[in-house]
Design a protein. Structure first.
Length: 121
């Protein structure tokens, strides 16, 4: 959807520039994306973030590891914890594995650490 909006905007800018030679402006859109490594524990007694496990964030979810229920629960827990929309989180790899990589739109690494209130150690 973002690509379609971007294409329309780029077309509009080209037509505007052609109609008014010598006048143009620059539009800069900066969308921060970050990838985060996760270790997911499905079927836990309670859902939540358990902390850092090396470079991976350990997340416990009560949902079982079947039919994508645990993946949906992981996205829900991350979105609630980080205060972002669920649509801003995508599982990039590891859909059927406990080790996953998620991509989060609109959040940098420093922003993530601030949201989790965890220092870099």
């Amino acid at each position: 959807m973002l690509q379609a909006v971007w294409r329309r905007l780029a077309g509009w800018l080209r037509s505007y520039r052609n109609k008014t030679p010598g006048k143009f402006f620059r539009l800069v859109i900066n969308i921060e994306k970050m990838k985060l490594s996760l270790k997911v524990v499905p079927g836990a007694s309670r859902s939540g973030i358990a902390g850092w496990l090396g470079d991976s964030l350990k997340i416990r979810v009560t949902a079982p590891a079947e039919s994508g229920k645990a993946n949906a629960a992981v996205i829900k827990v991350l979105a609630a914890t980080l205060g972002i929309k669920k649509s801003a989180i995508r599982i990039v790899s590891g859909g059927s594995s406990p080790r996953k990589i998620v991509e989060i739109d609109g959040l940098s690494e420093t922003g993530l650490r601030q949201q989790l209130s965890v220092d870099g150690d």
